[in-house]
Design a protein around this ligand. Structure first.
Ligand SMILES: [Cu+2]
Length: 294
């Protein structure tokens, strides 16, 4: 191998080794739950989506490294070595063309099949087959979320659910398309005006013991875990403000919270009737700075 050839080849080899090292280093991190892609999943469909993503990423990384390595080797090995050199040329190769059409088509078909299967599970089948413990209707509007529970009350901003229970979610919108997504819990689900979408969550009870990550925090008042998500469909000027919070608590805390929501707010006591002697103009004296209206 000449000196000029060995240098680029060394570069290629070094790049390959660096890529492979990165891949190997990231594998135990993924296995230990440290997320390089999504937050740690905390619901069965969150787990399934996460696993599918990782298992698509592995072969994709192998294909990527293989293609890039082949490309680099060809560039350096078959480059023009002197100005008069004329490269070899081919006019079509049926075998090659069939190969590079069939293999990617098969790969994409497998990915599409697995993804479609998982989406079906995420969107409704699982909840329908498992008799949901709770139904919550999620409604998007510019620019907030509301949650209507089986028990007949509606809350805004934060959804509260018991851990370990199958919560069936339906989604719609009053204005434009929004999308409800808490990556640790479920797949992105659109809230569409005039159409009802479905999904579900079943939060791992373990989050009551361990609730750490960039996408979640401990709720001190209840000991529950708050998962964070965002509207994932550009829906107008206030899109950024359509934040999503899901507080997962114990069944006991959930029952107490539900009871509180169902209790009608205390009606204020009627004020005593004014004394007949009171002057109708009686009231706080106007501020000296107040100007009379014209
Ligand atoms: Cu939005």
């Amino acid at each position: 191998m000449s000196r000029s050839t060995s240098r680029p080849l060394r570069l290629v080899l070094a790049s390959l080794v660096a890529g492979a090292a990165l891949f190997v280093v990231s594998t135990p991190a993924l296995a230990n739950g440290l997320s390089l892609i999504f937050p740690d999943p905390a619901s069965p469909n969150g787990h399934n989506i996460y696993d599918l993503y990782v298992w698509i990423t592995y072969p994709a990384a192998v294909v990527f490294i293989g293609v890039e390595a082949t490309l680099l080797i060809i560039i350096f090995r078959f480059r023009r070595k002197h100005p008069a050199q004329v490269g070899a040329s081919w006019h079509g190769s049926t075998a090659l063309e069939i190969t590079w059409t069939v293999i990617p088509t098969l790969l994409i078909a497998v990915i599409a099949f697995l993804a479609f299967q998982e989406l079906q599970r995420d969107f409704s089948v699982e909840a329908a087959n498992n008799h949901p413990d709770l139904n919550v209707a999620v409604r998007g509007e510019q620019f907030s979320w509301s949650y209507t529970y089986d028990q007949g009350f509606t809350v805004k901003n934060q959804m509260v659910v018991p851990v370990g229970k199958m919560v069936h979610l339906t989604f719609d919108s009053t204005d434009v398309i929004h999308s409800w997504w808490v990556p640790a819990l479920n797949g992105k689900t659109d809230a569409v005006p005039g159409y009802t979408n479905q999904s579900w969550i079943k939060v791992d009870p373990g989050v009551l013991g361990s609730c750490s990550g960039n996408d979640r925090h401990r709720d001190q008042a209840t000991g529950g875990c708050v998962f964070h998500g965002e509207c994932a469909e550009l829906c107008g000027a206030g899109h950024y403000s359509m934040q999503i919070d899901v507080l997962a608590v114990s069944q006991q805390e959930f029952d107490a919270w539900t009871k509180k929501q169902q209790t009608p707010p205390a009606t204020p006591k009627p004020s005593p009737s004014p004394s007949p002697s009171a002057s109708p103009s009686a009231g706080p004296s106007p501020s000296p700075s107040a100007k009379p209206s014209p």
